[in-house]
Design a protein around this ligand. Sequence first.
Ligand SMILES: Cc1cc2nc3c(=O)[nH]c(=O)nc-3n(C[C@H](O)[C@H](O)[C@H](O)COP(=O)(O)OP(=O)(O)OC[C@H]3O[C@@H](n4cnc5c(N)ncnc54)[C@H](O)[C@@H]3O)c2cc1C
Ligand code: FES
Ligand code: FES
Length: 1345
Amino acid sequence: MSFALNGPSELLFYVNGRKVTEKNADPETMLLSYLRKKLHLTGTKYGCGGGGCGACTVMISRCDPGTKKIRHYSANACLLSICSLYGAAVTTVEGIGSTKTRLHPVQERIAKCHGTQCGFCSPGMVMSLYSLLRNISEPSMDQLMEALGGNLCRCTGYRPIVDACKTFCKATDCCQSKENGICCLDQEENELLDSEQGNRTCQKPFQEEEFLPLDPTQEFIFPPELMMMAEKQPKITRVFYGERITWISPVTLRDLLEVKAKYPDAPIVMGNTTVGPNMKFKGIFHSVIISPDRIAELNAVNYTDNGLTIGAGCSLAQLKDVLTDMILELPGEKTQTYRALLKHLKTLAGSQIRNVASLGGSVISRHSTSDLNPLLAVGNCTLNLASKDGKRQIPLNNQFLMRVRSSDLRPEEILISVNIPYSRKWEFVSAFRQAPRQQNALAIVNSGMRVLFEEDTNIIRDICIFYGGISSTTVCAKKSCQKLIGRAWNEEMLGDACRLVLEELFLPASALGGKVEYKRSLIVSFLFKFYIEVLQVLKMMVSLNPALGPYLPSEYGSVLEDFHSKHYETVLRYQKVDTKQFPQDPIGRPIMHLSGIRHATGEAIYCDDMPALEQELFLAFVTSSRAHAKIVSIDTSEALKLPGVIDVLTGKDLQDVNSFRDFLETEEILATNEVFSVGQLVCAVVADSDVQAKRAAHLVKIEYNDLKPLILTIEDAIQHNSFYEPERKIEYGNVDEAFKTVDQILEGEIHIGGQEHFYMETQSMLVVPHGEDKDMDIYVSTQNPRLAQDIVASILRVPSNKIMCHVKRVGGAFGGKSIKTSILAAITAFAASKTGRPVRCILERGEDILITGGRHPYLGKYKVGFMNDGRIMALDVVHYANGGFMLDESVFVVEMGILKLDNAYKIPNLRCRGLACKTNLPSNTAFRGFGYPQAALITESCMTKVAAQSGLPPEKVRMINMYKEMDETHYKQEIDAKNLIKCWNECMEISSYYRRKAMVEDFNKKNYWKKKGIALIPMKFPIGLCSLAAGQAAALVHIYLDGSVLVTHCGIEMGQGVHTKMIQVVSRELGMPMDNIHLRGTSTETIPNGNVSGGSVVADLNGLALKDACQILRKRLEPIISKNPYGTWKEWAQEAFNQSISLSATGYFRGYESNMDWEKGEGHLFHYCVYGTACSEVEIDCLTGDHKNIRTDIVMDIGHSINPALDIGQVEGAFIQGVGLYTLEELKYSPEGILYTRGPEQYKIPSFCDVPSELNISFLPPSKVAHTLYSSKGLGESGLFLGSSVFFALHDAILAARQERGFSGVFTLNSPLTPEKIRMACEDKFTKMIPKDEPGSYVPWDIRV
Ligand SMILES: Cc1cc2nc3c(=O)[nH]c(=O)nc-3n(C[C@H](O)[C@H](O)[C@H](O)COP(=O)(O)OP(=O)(O)OC[C@H]3O[C@@H](n4cnc5c(N)ncnc54)[C@H](O)[C@@H]3O)c2cc1C
Ligand code: FES
Ligand code: FES
């Protein structure tokens, strides 16, 4: 055995064309941290660490020694051990282009098409697209969508990224949609493309002709040294000895089998997509890892008379290619299993995972939701095994999948290859899966089904059905299948099959993963789909004998059809700048985010990209595992013993500074005696590396005694009267009297789930103590530097002037980086002060989601009184928000909900109450929209129900109740709703609402199992911070003697492009080109006492402050400029200096007057309203709840846009986040209050597939808005609510299904309207068939909070 004789091997690979050698490669070092920490290539980002977000995407290139072909593929650097990279070439975002050398066209186009906002996802996007283009220089849209499916973006809403990608498609590459035989390019809606209309334009907000061409000859070549190494590999086993793990990579099969015999418990690591996450997230440890990536036998593909034998080491992407070729070459009857496999291989995970995950790894992992195993099992596949003792074959069957020992691999065995036989004539194989999201999501339930008929008949000779996702393993409905043999393929058989399978695969009410009734219904829905699918083909095959095929109603055909929309099209209609405006004046122009290029090249620096400092320490938190408990003891001794651990801080260390004032309540910083939520901070471990700090955190032992009551849900809080003070209430008109005179009264409630911020950059901070004068610098990813400064100063008992907080940029925030961030920064600062060393703290994704809370779950209870013509006369509504264990901003959120609940409607008699519930959940906090998205959904839900009850179209009820012209709100503030009506009317027109509504109705008549829905939802979003002080802003402008300008203000750049807008403002005010003006970031050192960045007003307030500063300077310089009007800024600045005129000025904006008398329920709180309307159309699959967003038209009133490209970005980004809130994102808690959904694997934010196939955004013509910056309106938050148009379109589709099935009457749909809820609302004979569990008779897996 060569490996036993050799010492440690030297690792050799290339990164961006440079050779990297590593003498002591540690198998535990992942490529991501190696790139970032060792090679200082920080362009590749950490977003989740588990392969789920794509932020860490790099391209790997390898040479196949046999074929000498080079394979380029995208991969997640967070899952690749560096030891797996021997002989590979890694390309990172820095390697393909930079501002210092030359931009790559991919980088340029993503930036210039406005595809970056916070920019944190951008390097990953760039690398996914780049890897695709290295293989296919002119990809199709489908190929693009497949390549990008593994990348998430939380800001942009994806549309601009798609636009950028489309510029690489063939010019002739149309939408590929042939709906009605018409290509989208020919459809009438696209008449708007590239057209001019009065003061608006439909031109793309970028200049395609300026783009650099893609020139494949300019790319890196594969390093010749690696090519030679691949060809002349020395036949020696490589061994890498890490601190805790040994990595063994044999080169021959014989060696591999010997190694495996010696270390039978060691995993065989191929893609590391199961082993890696298990080690990282589940704490499974392996001291030896075997890597067989060089074994030729594991990568061989052989075609035999019976089928295909494919090496277990082949990646899923390679398997996909092989199957694609075979399907093209072989007759259909032979490729049934291959087609079924291929169907799943297109949606399984993202391309980065498919490129590395192996077939063998997939088979052996036996995940319960494995998409391939059910199909391989029904396809009668066999596994070729080998060990030192010889070879053997075992079937991939039920016993194998259930890990029955006698049917499993022996520990010393290796899976060499998998035989996938051809299917036979009269045999059919189908694949089904339903996931929470169409792309990159594990299935909730999946299935493989096969049936073989007696020749020329519909009599079942053999049938085999496997399901995944309903048990801990893939399961077989074996007994049911046996009973079906000999039966004819007809409805009677189907009915029996459903009953048998439900009985055999009984799913208990408390089953892991929840969704029990949904899963039961999917079991039968899939069976029905299979039945129809086979029936259709059978009918054709037995056409000579029609008696054999039962009749299939034509409207049933839709069971099998794909959704009727695949293309991606967009029309953006935005305001043109006035032709009289100076060409140099950038206001109103679609200027790219000024960091766009740096985002796309990976050069933009985020907090964790700052280089490590001398003596730097890392801090990791220990959090409560109980929701409400007494802390009996905290034992830190084991943690302190770990090498590198410096300290473990507890509440006792903080002593009398272990608290801070959270608005009205005093909160503990580190829990000492009692914990009130899972995820509450208890200790902080400080160590000399992140790895040691995290390891030590796991060694801290905390003993608890559970306490009662445990209040988790809103209903629990109501029962225990557990609320934060004050309760808010407004009464307008005379509600009780009005109820006496109305025609009808409806009562109801709606529950709206919470939402995780899921900013791509997790909470990050670096605190640097300076020793001298107790000065300290805090670099932190926050929206609220002042608060961080305040809390740190108070915890360290130093004045604020010693603590400076700096923010360059933030990788997304959405409200989630303010209060909690400041607390985390305070603890980190305490550690830095105590140790006298810099301390860094970067939360992992799971910790971040657990600790930080998010949007408040809401319960709205309402009673609405209305007339038969749809007029709502009275509304009595109570809002309950689940606030969690700390007050945070919960009462403010509830207040805003109460104030904004009227949405677009004048309700003459309105009573509303709002209560923030105090519960044992992580503390919920600010989130884009701040109470409005929940409050307005409750109101719109009333509207929908009133329409259903009164038999009127929903748009009519909405229109009749809408504010018109001048009016007053329920808190008696005057509003002018002219633009609300304009948005509504224009949206109706642009979306061709009535025509499409008729088409939807027609579609629904013809399709029983697929339904379409359409909804038009208006929006009024009042803007204002409800306090004069909260709206003040300051700015600082310096002109240097060379004429360049440095600008500072107190707004935080978190993706919204505020710095870009501010430079536009300075450019206009000073009359200076934008590239002369620079902005370095935000700091409490330059602008003191800045307000939190949020509430859609950051550009508005800071822009007014900057305008003030610029006007002061301009005034001072006016005499000099007018004396020398053709001079340069350098000359003017020099002259001012000579005349002793200050070239620096501060500007100030006081804020907007605002008042509210809660006693009277009256106030003037808001400065103006943003109006908008969205029309969305969707299609649902009634059998599975799957849905497709077909088209959305948005019309927004934004006053005068300062930068249409950024403003469109805010609207569509918020819209897609709203689509996530209302239709996708689900936080799941256990009955003990433990959050299950702690990463992208379990918590699904919208992906590329959720963007409506057609998304049209229009801004109204410019209108005047008093006292705002150039009449602009703040757009950060409002668009989020327009996502509810998708919710109500789904509602409409469900209504159509229910009506057809004979369910009349009003029904309630809660948010988010996930596939589960859609399916269960489309009641039918299958949902009737499934067993139902009596609530209260079992302990559910999860609870609704
Ligand atoms: C983000 C993400 C999304 C995913 N989405 C999906 C999805 O939608 N659908 C789906 O089906 N799966 C999904 N998966 C699971 C993925 O398909 C599997 O993790 C993958 O196929 C395992 O392959 P691997 O090569 O990475 O295995 P590894 O992690 O390298 O190994 C896994 C196991 O297999 C064993 N093993 C591997 N090869 C052999 C061999 N030749 N002989 C003996 N034992 C062997 C190892 O010992 C180990 O126990 C997802 C995974 C991730 C991380
Ligand atoms: S960080 Fe690697 S996929 Fe998320
Ligand atoms: S720009 Fe994509 S996550 Fe912010």
